[in-house]
Design a protein around this ligand. Structure first.
Ligand code: UGY
Ligand code: MN
Length: 255
């Protein structure tokens, strides 16, 4: 039976969270896109202080002009990134790039491609230099166990430097692994399930989730995840980071 049967879906919207499943994604172009469309998952319209979308590129499709700083993680296909400071860099699945606010650049797809894109107004920190451009590959990042649990490995894709005002990590759970605590914290999250499945607690509800799902968690949204199934569950997770909670957008820089 189709998930659309009689209007059924696993997607849910609550004040402090959103579960958005792929059957409910709606794609439309954003400024700076050509032969490329976006399903916007998190945005100020939802209550989020950042924007996250999935960009789908036709062969030759492009993504330019960021709003604030931009993080791009390639989900499928091949993207070439040109920044005007050397030859274009080729990114394949698991490849990622961070472009500081205001840095001109363009992503061009050489084949049908998909990418997770996160954008945020940059919040500067007195005495700290602006962040550098970062290009990386997830498999090159050494993972560390979360709170000593070797069944739950975290890869920190951006440098620990306080120049960065957000973190982008991947978390990989072996079947049966789970967060050791229900987290309730000031940081908000954008989360894209990359592989596998499990149960996510969000607020007072427990949801079955699977690869392809997006979750937004507002500040202080109670959260917990346990992996199910016979293969690992893996997700890409954004959180605001490295800034005092009173730092506000008066000090932010738009690109
Ligand atoms: O970094 C985090 O806060 C992470 N442990 N949260 C989560 O996976 N929901
Ligand atoms: Mn968390």
């Amino acid at each position: 039976m189709s998930l659309h049967h009689l209007g059924n879906t696993r997607s849910r919207r609550a004040l402090d969270h959103l579960l958005q499943t792929p059957d409910t994604f709606v794609f439309a172009p954003l400024p700076g896109m050509a032969e490329c469309t976006a399903a916007v998952h998190a945005a100020p319209a939802l209550g989020a202080a950042f924007t996250q979308y999935t960009a789908v590129f036709d062969p030759g499709g492009t993504l330019g002009q960021a709003h604030g700083s931009r993080f791009v993680y390639v989900l499928q296909g091949i993207l070439e990134l040109a920044c005007g400071d050397g030859p274009a860099v080729t990114l394949q699945a698991g490849g990622y790039a961070f472009l500081p606010a205001g840095r001109p650049h363009i992503f061009r797809a050489t084949t049908s491609s998909r990418a997770a894109v996160i954008e945020k107004d940059y919040v500067s920190l007195e005495g700290t230099p602006l962040p550098e451009k970062i290009i990386g590959q997830e498999c090159d990042v050494v993972s560390t166990p979360l709170l000593g649990d070797s069944a739950l490995q975290v890869r920190t894709l951006l440098p620990a430097s306080t120049a960065f005002d957000f973190a982008a990590n991947t978390m990989e759970y072996q079947p049966g692994a789970r967060l050791s605590m229900v987290e309730v914290h000031v940081m908000e999250h954008g989360l894209l399930m990359l592989e596998g499945e499990g149960i996510y607690r969000l607020g007072d509800a427990w949801y079955p989730v699977a690869a392809g799902d997006f979750i937004w968690m507002a500040p202080y949204c109670p959260q917990w995840f346990g992996a199910l199934g016979s293969r690992p569950a893996r997700y890409l997770i954004y959180k605001d980071w490295n800034r005092h909670p009173l730092a506000n957008s008066d000090r932010s820089v738009r690109g």
